[in-house]
Ligand binder design. Structure first.
Ligand code: UD1
Ligand code: CA
Length: 413
């Protein structure tokens, strides 16, 4: 789509978050708020307007985006103006989104862009009907139903405040037209800002063509302003993730208490029991049983037909197929082969106070209840570690051997 570019507005301070972390970097289901907005525009050349905490935002989002700094936060119109010099000579369309609306869906934005192209409007505004429009810009229409202005909460007359059609904060513009119109947007003395939304009225009074697209899903409009909003967005995104997994053949026994972060892959016929947390960057095979009360942390890869039962944590570990770990155990920086049995209460002691060390447990090994494996250590194929043993650092157990005791000694080769 050579004829369209995207601008994401993300310079705002996010005062109501009461945080040292820039608002758009707060995580939802394992990813920053703004990452969800960036997903939508992945195919377009994208400019991000940064200001508050700009170094942190850049560091988190990396290269591949063009950053434009808005040094003084003078409002959304001013933010857009900062980008104008980079658009000289560009004759296409520009899609403008806010970095704090993570629930906006790709197909909705696609519809916005398609309608903007079809109608050849100068500006197309995404709108939504919501029950409680407080805080949002209201869509003001003339008698024939054409949009003539967007009125911000603070400037709305009592009558305008009744309007329940609101501005989502996603727009398409004819690029040169909007940058031209922005020069005429006046300073709003009450809010001490230049409003991007005022550009709509300026366009309309100068005979420009402005259209709207209605978002079917009102939650599209939901913007993050407080930590309570963050939790609400988390719930919506979590529901979307779980629904997708269920439609792909995963049983989620209780979606209300199951927390799966973005990008997790889970194979068909796997069952996730209640009160289970699966963090980002985790892959689970087919026909597994996970939980209840299991926590799988980033970097974990679980093969097929694996059971990871109650009160268990697995971090940065690989678990081979047909392996069982049914009760209260911790695996950290471990590599487990196939057909391994991890007894209740087994712990890999991966941290020596300075570094994380690896534990390897080979195919068919059996680790008895309450064993501690002090990493780095390797347990060979089909080896047995007796219940209550402590296998000390570097004391590898050869294949087929039986080890027992504190510290564990080989009692049978
Ligand atoms: C804005 C809209 C409002 C709409 C709502 C939807 C304006 C004036 N109002 O209000 O009509 O209903 O979004 O969520 O645009 N930003 C900058 N630089 C600035 C100020 C803001 O980059 O100087 C960025 C913010 O980081 C944010 C976005 O622009 O991502 C929107 O700003 P915000 O202050 O949150 O506007 P709202 O009051 O939510
Ligand atoms: Ca906002």
């Amino acid at each position: 789509m050579q004829d369209a570019r995207a601008i994401i507005l993300a310079a705002g301070k996010g005062t109501r978050m009461r945080s040292d972390v820039p608002k758009v970097l707060h995580p939802i289901a394992g990813r920053p708020v703004i990452a969800y907005v960036l997903d939508i525009v992945r195919s377009l050349k994208t400019f991000v307007v940064v200001g508050h905490g700009s170094q942190k935002v850049r560091a988190a989002l990396g290269d591949g985006l063009t950053y434009v700094v808005q040094d003084r936060l003078l409002g959304t119109a001013d933010a857009l103006r900062r980008v104008a010099p980079l658009f000289r000579g560009f004759r296409g369309h520009v899609l403008v989104l806010c970095g704090d609306t993570p629930l906006l869906e790709k197909q909705t934005v696609r519809r916005l862009l398609a309608e903007h192209r079809r109608s050849r409007a100068d500006a197309t505004v995404l709108t939504a009907h919501i029950h409680d429009p407080r805080g949002y810009g209201r869509i003001v229409r003339d008698v024939s139903g054409h949009i003539i202005a967007i009125r911000e909460q603070k400037d709305a007359s009592p009558r305008e405040a009744q309007i329940t059609e609101i501005n989502v904060g996603a727009y398409c513009f004819q690029a040169q037209k909007i940058f031209d119109v922005l020069k005429r947007v006046k300073w709003n003395a009450r809010k001490k800002e230049f409003y991007l939304t005022d550009a709509i009225e300026v366009l309309w009074t100068r005979g420009g063509r402005v259209g709207t697209v209605l978002a079917e899903d009102a939650s599209s409009a939901f913007g993050i302003n407080t930590r309570a909003d963050l939790a609400r967005a988390e719930r919506v995104i979590r529901t979307r993730i779980l629904r997708k997994l269920m439609l792909a053949g995963v049983t989620i026994v209780d979606p209300a208490t199951t927390y799966v972060e973005t990008g997790v892959r889970i194979g068909q016929d796997t069952v996730i029991y209640p009160c289970t947390v699966v963090h980002r960057d985790v892959t689970i095979g087919t026909n597994c049983r996970i939980g209840p009360f299991a926590r799988l942390r980033p970097g974990t890869r679980v093969g097929d037909h694996v059971e990871i039962g109650n009160f268990t944590e697995v971090s940065r570990s690989r678990v081979g197929k047909n392996t069982f770990m049914k009760h209260f155990s911790f695996l950290g920086d471990a590599t487990l082969g196939a057909d391994v049995n991890i007894g209740a209460g087994t712990v890999t002691a991966n941290f020596d106070g300075r570094a994380k060390n690896r534990t390897t447990i080979s195919d068919g090994a059996l680790i008895g209840s309450d064993a501690v494996l002090v990493a780095p250590v390797t347990v060979g194929k089909k080896a047995v570690v007796g219940a209550g043993s402590v296998v000390t650092r570097g004391k590898n157990i050869p294949a087929g051997a039986v080890a027992f005791g504190v510290p564990a000694r080989i009692i049978k080769k």
